[in-house]
Write a protein that binds this ligand. Structure first.
Ligand code: NDP
Ligand code: MG
Length: 380
């Protein structure tokens, strides 16, 4: 039996993780859950899984939860450090980090420092501080949940690290892949929130529409698999069937495929190095028909260029890009800026940030705070 904590259990990845845990009851016990605001859904999850610990960042809502579970065995934690408090509990074996945004970084570091396995969906942790997180981790202590990185991780089993030529990350292209470039500035949040192949939380859905998600994934891949920016290619593959590929030095290209379903990479991260049965739809190639590929349009989606820039630069650039983007995405959802301004404002913030080559955690957090302030100035 493995004891798991799900940070961000009320989100899209969190709910899928609980479905995996529900199907593998004899293998996994859920000992911790967390959310930010959706306390009623969290309460339902507590009723079902009866975890020992629950973290709810909003202290007012945590009071309601405490009243509801008064006298039960579940301990309710709250406040700024509640995610870290929960992951360091001695009985925890695996932490699934499925919170959205920079808030995931301290908990990711605490998980690794305590020697626990980190099943990582929260790519922001690596985008911000991959240079600090990766050296703390032992081999395979961080297991990717992001579907592209799970695909690369699985494909890498076919060779040695020194035999890898490059990785090819696939991208669905998002809802605006075929949309006229000159009309992109007019698109509304409701259009951008309609992803063609994946059901995800709001922030990553907007990131997929701008291709900022791919930018973050380039940086995530660089750190996870110790690659240079030049070894990472992105290809548009609208069907989202090939989740990514690895090209080896002898020209062999190994791909991982499957119907788009996040339960597959989540379960693999939890059961690794084993595989367990999962009830997925039949993989019907004739019904799928064609798998197509094309080059991404970097002029139309400049976020991609920013991802390569941040992967090359390292230092504080990833944290700056991530924080500026988080604020910009929210501003777009709130109707404060245009769709195309997300990337252009992020670029402005990156271009005049104070670059530090080897930042410590405090410097990373300071770059994050500065970028948020700076982006807010762009909104006035
Ligand atoms: P959701 O928005 O659906 O869920 C986010 C979760 O984080 C919720 O449980 C939310 O709580 C919690 N949360 C939000 N803000 C805070 C905060 N300030 N403090 C603590 N908890 C917080 O996101 P997704 O599940 O889509 O994505 C989660 C992560 O996984 C992201 O990093 C994303 O990039 C990554 N990812 C997602 C994929 C997907 O298919 N969805 C695929 C690959 C990666 P509450 O519900 O209470 O607001
Ligand atoms: Mg992904």
């Amino acid at each position: 039996m493995k004891n798991i904590v799900v940070l961000g259990s009320t989100g899209s990845i969190g709910k899928n993780t609980l479905e995996v845990a529900r199907n593998l009851k004899d293998t996994f016990q859920v000992v911790g859950l967390s959310s930010n605001s959706r306390w009623e859904l969290l309460a339902e999850q507590v009723e079902e899984f009866k975890p020992r610990y629950v973290a709810l960042t909003d202290s007012g809502l945590a009071e309601k939860l405490k009243q509801r579970f008064h006298g039960s065995q579940t301990k309710i934690l709250t406040g700024n450090h509640c995610l870290q408090e929960i992951v360091v509990k001695p009985e925890v074996d695996i932490v699934v980090s499925a919170v959205v945004g920079a808030v995931g970084l301290p908990a990711a570091i605490a998980t690794i420092e305590q020697g626990k396995t980190l099943a990582l969906a929260n790519k922001e942790s690596l985008v911000m501080a991959g240079h600090l997180v990766m050296p703390l981790a032992k081999k395979n202590q961080i297991l990717p949940v992001d579907s592209e990185h799970s695909a690369i991780f699985q494909s890498l089993h076919s060779g040695k690290p020194c035999e890898v030529k490059r990785v090819i990350i696939t991208a669905s292209g998002g809802p605006f892949c075929d949309y006229p470039a000159d009309k992109l500035s007019e698109v509304k949040p409701a259009q951008a929130l309609k992803h063609p192949t994946w059901q995800m939380g709001q922030k990553i859905t907007i990131d997929s529409a701008t291709l900022m998600n791919k930018a973050l994934e380039i940086i995530e891949a660089k750190w996870l698999f110790d690659l240079t920016a030049e070894q990472i290619d992105v290809v548009i593959h609208p069907q989202s069937i090939i989740h990514s590929m690895v090209e080896f030095c002898d020209g062999s290209v190994i791909a991982q495929m499957g119907l788009p379903d996040m339960k597959v990479p989540i379960q693999y991260a939890l059961t690794y190095p084993e595989r367990s049965p999962l009830d997925v739809r039949w993989f019907d190639l004739p019904a799928l028909g064609n798998l197509t590929f094309r080059k991404p349009d970097v002029e139309k989606f400049p976020a991609l260029r920013l991802g390569y820039h941040a992967a090359r630069e390292g230092g504080t650039t990833g944290a700056t890009l991530n924080a500026a983007n988080e604020v910009a995405v929210q501003a777009f959802l709130d109707g404060q800026i245009r769709f195309t301004e997300i990337a252009s404002h992020v670029e402005k913030v990156i271009n005049h940030h104070h670059f530090i080559k080897n930042p410590c955690l405090e410097e990373i957090l300071a770059a994050d705070a500065w970028a948020r302030q700076e982006m807010k100035k762009c909104l006035i």
